[in-house]
Design a protein around this ligand. Structure first.
Ligand code: NDP
Length: 322
């Protein structure tokens, strides 16, 4: 089968399109023929070395597809079932061996592309808005990179919960997408100082929560956008990691909360996996959640897909089709 392998850390050029063996499955695993593999910003961190993975590796943490073989101890799953998963390495490939307990079934009304997009980015938006900081009606919420894969979903979920969304984006075209997703206000953060804009929009009160996936470039100012007891949710590093911070500063700024969450803790139990993916699939089926899946690449084009994602050319979900 074909797969995208990484032998050394580096730029998109280290993504190698190769012929490899179809993986063997263990007793508790199934073999999935991958129809759609999600591309996520975390893949770029694993490729570059910002997040360490064993090398060589097949990249990719999220996919949907059809079961073509089932391990001897697996119950409740059959050849031909439509499934999706996240947090298992090796999705940039034609076939993947996946532990049965990581799989969820995709409803008929949800496409393979939607199924892949729902797992990592959909469940991330779910845990951020429902668990890390549970948005209450009337809460003011700042969402950076609002037209990105997670961003567009997070806007919609915060709106479902009754929050007021201030999004930030780099271009007017992205601002339009964020508004269409429900953002109440959008700031072009490359052109304007987002901190003073947020304080203006909120009449000086600040926001209850800042969802910050941009990291280094926005972190300090995001904290200064918060109201008393506000929550700083740093969940990504698109501009680079935050490496220096003095927690003592959280007190005088209003007894603030700071967290650095990761999806994999919020999907660690089967109950959480079923709850989050079930909500996301149901909202897609009921047309309450619009998944913008716009950028498609074949497996051999993985380098171009990473280049586009890292140079801020993409919006919504980026999909690889093996
Ligand atoms: P996106 O589609 O959001 O792409 C990243 C966006 O970040 C870009 O489109 C760009 O939007 C913005 N950005 C700002 N500064 C930069 C920069 N210097 N270089 C590149 N992009 C920049 O990606 P994803 O939806 O896949 O992921 C979004 C973020 O969420 C990532 O940081 C990712 O690591 C994080 N994440 C964290 C998870 C967790 O559990 N902690 C789980 C899933 C994702 P613009 O042009 O508008 O500025």
């Amino acid at each position: 089968m074909k797969a995208i392998r990484v032998h050394e850390n580096g730029g998109p050029e280290v993504l190698s399109f190769e012929e490899v063996e179809i993986p063997f499955i263990g007793e508790e695993e199934v073999l999935v023929k991958v129809e759609s593999a999600g591309i996520n910003f975390i893949d770029t961190y694993q490729r570059s070395g910002l997040y360490q993975i064993p090398l060589p590796s097949t990249l990719g943490l999220e996919a949907s597809g059809t079961i073509v073989d089932v391990g001897t101890n697996v119950t409740g799953l059959r050849v031909g079932d439509r499934v999706a998963y996240t947090n298992v390495a090796g999705a940039y490939a034609e076939y993947a061996a996946v532990p049965a307990d990581k799989l969820v079934s995709i409803p008929e009304s949800v496409s393979f592309d939607q199924g892949a997009a729902a797992m990592l980015q959909g469940c991330t938006a779910h845990y951020l808005s429902m668990s890390t900081y549970k948005v209450q009606a009337g809460d003011r919420c700042l969402i950076h990179a609002a037209a990105g894969g997670v961003g567009l979903l997070l806007i919609q979920m915060v709106k479902m919960l009754g929050g007021f969304v201030i999004g930030t984006v780099s271009t007017e075209a992205k601002a339009e997408l964020a508004r269409n997703a429900g953002a109440d206000e959008v700031i072009l953060y490359n052109d304007r100082d987002f901190q003073s804009e947020v304080l203006k929009i909120t009449d000086g009160a600040g926001v209850n929560v800042a969802y910050d996936s941009v990291g280094e470039a926005t972190f300090a100012k995001s904290i200064d956008c918060l109201c008393r007891f506000g929550h700083m949710v740093l969940y990504g590093n698109a501009s680079g990691p935050v490496t220096e911070f003095n927690p003592a500063t959280l007190g005088p700024k209003g007894s603030l909360f700071l967290t650095r969450p990761t999806l994999f803790d919020y999907l660690a139990s089967r109950e959480d996996l079923d709850w989050r993916s079930g909500d996301v699939f149901r909202w897609i089926s009921e047309n309450k959640l619009n998944l913008r899946v716009e950028h498609f690449y074949s497996l051999s084009e993985a380098q171009s897909a990473h280049q586009a994602l890292e140079s801020r050319q993409t919006t919504g979900k980026v999909i690889l089709r093996p």
